[in-house]
Design a protein around this ligand. Structure first.
Ligand code: ATP
Length: 236
């Protein structure tokens, strides 16, 4: 089920009303795991929202050489899934029911297979299938949110700060999950505040500051760059 999607973005602009947050962004998301870093308010969430049709955008976005639609439902149908900040699970529904909701676009005949696949990929959730999502720990809920997104078998998965508010061990687990998903053939674009850990698992990274990309490159090289060391890693 390897898909290796490739996203190309030219002249991307987005904002809220007259307030432009992003201007003229040029970047690409190659197969593998790409991380977007940057300080609070840089526009990272806005970037993911723009790519998912949740805020208006200008510019050209190509997914595997076809224009990415601008409406969210069409974007989802084209094989893109977003795990938004805050996870947005249905707390009064079970894990299983939350996952089933993630499969709403999957043809009926394929839903059971898809669910089985996701349960295999997230064995911890199989044990918890009947638990109410709202009673799970923060890390477990984040896992459900990622698993729910994988129900649609996306070729491009976007994650907005998957490790937000999690204990260090869960941060590692979520980042490992992102890595595994990328290795299994789904292209992953992830926003992260956890700079060091994110660069340790990612293939490539971009640094966004005040709505503009100020650095990019292979994750290992970025981790050693002065931009990253001075601004985000305390010049270790
Ligand atoms: P954080 O890491 O704090 O989430 P971010 O890099 O994701 O930051 P965004 O959330 O994209 O940044 O915000 C970028 C800018 O857009 C900020 O100045 C923010 O105040 C503004 N902004 C975000 N959402 C809205 C909105 N709904 N209406 C108006 N302005 C907004």
């Amino acid at each position: 089920q390897a898909r290796h999607a490739h996203l190309r973005v030219r002249g991307l602009g987005a904002g809220y009303g007259a307030f432009l947050v992003l201007r003229g962004l040029e970047f690409e998301v190659r197969p593998g795991l790409t991380v977007i870093l940057g300080p609070n308010g840089a526009g990272k969430t806005t970037l993911l929202r723009a790519l998912n049709g949740l805020v208006q955008r200008t510019g050209e976005v190509l997914l595997d050489d076809a224009p990415l639609p601008t409406r969210t439902d069409a974007i989802v149908r084209s094989g893109v899934a977003l795990v938004a900040e805050g996870r947005q699970l249905f707390p009064q529904m079970t894990v299983l029911e939350n996952l089933e909701l993630g499969g709403w676009l999957v043809p009926k005949a394929e839903r059971a297979t898809r669910l089985e696949q996701v349960m295999n990929d997230f064995p911890k959730l199989r044990e918890r299938a009947r638990q109410l999502a709202g009673t799970m720990s923060g890390g477990e809920q984040q896992m459900v949110a990622v698993a729910r997104a994988m129900m649609s078998a996306p070729r491009l998965l976007m994650l907005d700060e998957p490790s937000l508010g999690l204990a260090p061990r869960m941060v590692d687990e979520l980042l490992a999950i992102a890595r595994r998903i990328a290795d299994a053939g789904t292209t992953v674009l992830m926003v992260e505040q956890n700079v060091k850990k994110a660069l340790a698992v990612a293939d490539r990274g971009y640094v966004l500051e005040r709505g503009a990309l100020v650095a990019s490159g292979h994750a290992k090289l970025l981790a050693r760059s002065s931009v990253i060391r001075e601004a985000y890693l305390g010049a270790q």
